[in-house]
Write a new protein. Structure first.
Ligand code: FPP
Length: 244
């Protein structure tokens, strides 16, 4: 794979990278460790990815931290993941703020513990006016629920007489999604060899370049990210048009 320094120096980084951080459990199992150890190491990779995106000039990084389907995992694992998130938010927001990172969350707040909701609100408020990397954490997120919610909001506006059904365009629909102010991802990476989107940014990824790597998330390094970006730069994005 081409090293990032070999590509055209003028090639801009993807504006928005989205990552499905997969393989924590298998990383742990391959070392005879509990799954929680994999998630802990995964949180380290989050720090690495945020730092690398900041350094490379990426403007948006969206991380799939917990899907609306992840509630079906054993209670102890859900607790471990929520505990890690608590630690991350308590320990790292000051540092993220110092690095000019704006933190945002997408996903349903309903169902999350009250203290986590407070930490989310605090993190978003504290970093609100930062102008560097926008770190979007997808927590209790699922695309189908997001799309259904957007449809419901538009239906209510139509019933209220605020809009006509014929006013509903792709733009109006996208404006009702949680990602309304966030550009669509240019590059979506899924680690651990799985090749599916798992209800992540389905509307937003219509023309996103997808890269699947065998690396487990806890092993995902700055070099892994640079390699994915180099591969992205080899792709020709046509958005449905013809070549050239
Ligand atoms: C998938 O691996 C990973 C998750 C469901 C959780 C991702 C969470 C983190 C990386 C840690 C905390 C996040 C933040 C933002 C601080 P898996 O458990 O499905 O792995 P497996 O497929 O190998 O079992």
């Amino acid at each position: 794979m081409e090293a990032v320094q070999d590509r055209e120096p003028s090639a801009p980084p993807p504006q928005h990278i989205a990552i499905i951080m997969d393989g924590n459990g298998r990383w742990a199992r391959s070392r005879g460790l509990p799954r929680a150890a994999g998630h802990e190491r995964g949180a380290k990779s989050v720090r690495t990815a945020v730092q690398a995106c900041t350094d490379l000039g990426v403007q948006y990084l969206t991380l799939y931290a917990f899907s609306s389907e992840n509630w079906s995992r054993p209670r102890s694992e859900v607790d471990d993941l929520m505990g890690l998130l608590r630690v991350y938010l308590k320990r790292e927001v000051a540092d993220l703020d110092g690095r000019n990172v704006r933190v945002r969350f997408i996903g349903q707040r309903e169902g999350l513990a009250d203290d986590i909701i407070k930490l989310i609100v605090k993190a978003e408020e504290r970093t609100h006016s930062n102008s560097g990397l926008v770190l979007v954490i997808a927590l209790n997120y699922g695309s189908h629920a997001e799309i259904v919610q957007a449809a419901q909001r538009l239906a209510i506006r139509a019933v209220d007489g605020d809009i006509q059904p014929s006013d509903i365009t792709e733009e109006l629909f996208a404006a009702e999604l949680e990602t309304a102010e966030i550009p669509n991802p240019d590059l979506l990476i899924r680690t651990s060899g799985e090749q599916r989107l798992s209800n992540f940014l389905l509307w937003q990824s219509a023309y996103t370049e997808l890269i699947f790597t065998d690396v487990f998330w806890p092993d995902f390094s700055r070099k892994s990210l640079e390699e994915a970006i180099a591969e992205y730069h080899q792709r020709e994005r046509r958005f449905g048009a013809t070549r050239g």
